[in-house]
Write a protein that binds this ligand. Structure first.
Ligand code: SF4
Ligand code: SF4
Length: 314
């Protein structure tokens, strides 16, 4: 008997280095579309006006890829073995190594090429945060995890320190894809993430980005709001608090992706090194990393904000 196509794709994904993979038939994401509408209506997206764009495409990928039939969702573990040294300014673990957009896109393109070798007629596109795709919703639909109270997708095997990406393709796998209900939610009565968030940005399953350190340190332009002064310490790019406290992240297996390994330099930077950093050092050290998103000026602003000083750009 012929092996199901999805089984072959799983094997290739494993060979390429993805941690997990799942499949969904293309549907309109009605429930998630309502949730997104409510989130936007409450202005929880702050200045991320791009979240308002392409609403139809966001909830209906058939509008993104002609003839789309299947969403292939992938996870890539980024939980690091080596972390930043203690007592320094912290950056989110996802930003330790090479920018994940490059790494995931590269792997997704390899997977698409492999599928096209077997099925040359197939067309599709790879997405990593870069286009209007609701990646968490598709990952949940594909059975890779549940959307947790801290709003992250948690995989029972890999926790929540996982990148999510998708291939949307016109290959019809509907005869192989089970029609799933959302995966069971394993948060139970736990509220650790909500209790630990220093800025009260979390209500179960929803983040008010305007209060979230991750948004404030990365996406927010201009000055940081003075009512946030003193609410957190040491985070200068992102925030992992609501993930670090999660019991599902307490016994994780570190990733083995060489591109994500923290450099010795970054690992050992102390507070003085961060404070004395100049633009040339920033450009050289953080080229092709996620830190480029804030630019040098943004990172400096975040450091000065923690120190309650006016920003001085060297
Ligand atoms: S990332 Fe930090 S600030 Fe944002 S919700 Fe989680 S704990 Fe709160
Ligand atoms: S800390 Fe508890 S409530 Fe929050 S995501 Fe983890 S399991 Fe769910």
């Amino acid at each position: 008997m012929r092996k199901p196509i999805s089984e072959n794709i799983k094997t290739w994904a494993q060979e390429i280095g993805f941690s997990d993979i799942g499949f969904s038939n293309i549907t309109h994401l009605e429930k998630q579309s309502d949730h997104l509408k409510q989130w936007l209506n409450k202005n929880f997206h702050g200045e991320m006006s791009y979240m308002e764009n392409h609403f139809e495409k966001r909830t209906n990928p058939a509008k993104l890829v002609d003839g789309a039939k299947t969403v292939i969702s992938v996870l890539l573990n980024y939980y690091p073995e080596k972390k930043q040294s203690a007592n320094t300014y912290k950056i989110s673990k996802y930003a330790y190594g090479k920018d994940y957009h490059y790494v995931l896109k590269d792997k997704l393109h390899k997977l698409l090429e492999q599928i096209q070798l077997e099925f040359p007629e197939t067309t599709g596109r790879a997405f990593v945060d870069s286009a209007p795709v609701m990646d968490k919703a598709w990952a949940v639909k594909a059975g890779l995890g549940w959307q947790a109270k801290n709003s992250n997708v948690i995989s029972r095997k890999f926790g929540s320190f996982v990148f999510i990406g998708e291939l949307i393709i016109d290959l019809d796998l509907s005869s192989e894809i089970p029609d799933r209900q959302d995966m069971k939610n394993y948060c139970g009565n736990c509220t650790r993430c909500i209790d630990a968030c220093p800025t009260n940005a979390l209500t179960p399953y929803t983040v008010d980005a305007r209060k979230c350190i991750s948004y404030l340190t990365i996406e927010k332009k201009g000055d940081l709001p003075s009512n946030m002064q003193g609410k957190w310490s040491n985070w200068i790019f992102g925030c992992d608090i609501c993930q670090d406290v999660c019991p599902w992240n307490s016994k994780l297996t570190p990733h083995n992706e060489k591109d994500f390994i923290i450099s010795d330099l970054l690992q050992n930077m102390n507070k003085a090194d961060w404070q004395n950093m100049d633009k040339a050092f920033f450009k050289k050290t953080f080229k092709n990393t996620a830190l480029e998103r804030t630019k040098f000026e943004g990172l400096k602003r975040n450091i000065e904000f923690l120190n309650n000083k006016k920003m001085v750009v060297k």
